[in-house]
Design a protein. Structure first.
Length: 280
């Protein structure tokens, strides 16, 4: 059984019509697909302008978004979540279409509330999920907190560097926010490094935590602490900036455990499910 999901909102933030015909003449590419659990919203962005379509398919209930004119040169990738939302996945069911799927629990009912696919920009779209969606598989209590709440723009993993153009490991996650936005210590600890980094991080600081884990905060506008200082979780330690090798204001955040880089998403409270397709 199938029914229409939403009425497309085909306008940009400025109110101009989104014209996608020329964009579909060449192959497009999905860049990121984010399930923002805290704000109950799905967002995705593409390399060039896109005119997506959407529907709800029942038995099991799943939200399906198709991106016509896009290539996805790999096998389906998915993340199992649980509870109200069972799984999120990205794949290519046929040539020229990339498909984003959010599958709900068998007993979840969408209700009659209309959903709208809205254009944040011609390359960036969002869907607010039903307001009756229950809390989604909250991870157990974490010892760390998010150092900044903003737009998650890049994940951990291999990618094409936006400045150098070469393939390299992105050692952390990027969170975009306006210059001057406060950045907070992810946990209690001692500042072991604080100052200018010549390797591209700009104004950088590192905190060592009691369990030996280290967190790194880069591209800061201002540093509000000094080397050797003890800090408490949630204490302002810096301001968002775009110093060093950066394409715009954001926090680059890394975590090291036993001297090994790890994906910060694995240790932070569950806020986002991110498919950084461009990095992959």
């Amino acid at each position: 059984m199938m029914r229409q999901l939403w009425t497309l909102v085909a306008t940009t933030w400025a109110g101009a019509m989104v014209v996608c015909h020329s964009a579909l003449a060449k192959v497009n590419r999905l860049e990121t697909f984010v399930f923002n659990i805290t704000e109950n919203r799905i967002e995705f962005s593409t390399q060039t302008d896109i005119q997506p379509t959407g529907k709800i398919i029942e038995s099991p209930t799943r939200l399906v978004i198709d991106l016509p004119g896009t290539a996805f040169h790999r096998s389906t990738i998915k993340r199992t979540i649980g509870n109200a939302v069972q799984e999120v996945r990205v794949g290519q069911p046929e040539a020229g279409i990339t498909r984003l799927v959010v599958e709900f629990a068998p007993d979840f009912r969408m209700g009659n509330e209309p959903l709208f696919l809205r254009a944040v920009s011609p390359k960036h779209w969002a869907v607010d999920l039903p307001s009756n969606l229950a809390a989604i598989n909250q991870r157990g209590k974490s010892n760390f907190m998010w150092p900044l709440i903003g737009e998650l723009t890049a994940g951990f993993g291999w990618r094409i560097h936006p400045i150098t153009g070469d393939r390299r490991l992105h050692k952390g996650i990027d969170i975009a926010a306006p210059i001057g936005t406060p950045i907070f210590a992810a946990a209690d600890g001692i500042v072991t490094e604080c100052g200018w980094d010549e390797g591209g991080y700009g104004n950088k600081l590192v905190i060592r935590h009691p369990d030996g884990t280290e967190t790194l905060y880069a591209h800061n506008n201002r540093l509000l602490v000094s080397q050797g200082q003890s800090v408490r979780q949630g204490q302002p330690i810096a301001e968002v900036g775009s110093t060093g090798r950066s394409t715009g204001p954001h926090l680059h955040f890394e975590m090291l455990k036993a001297q090994q880089l790890i994906d910060p998403i694995d240790l932070l409270p569950l806020r986002y499910i991110l498919f950084d397709v461009a990095a992959s």
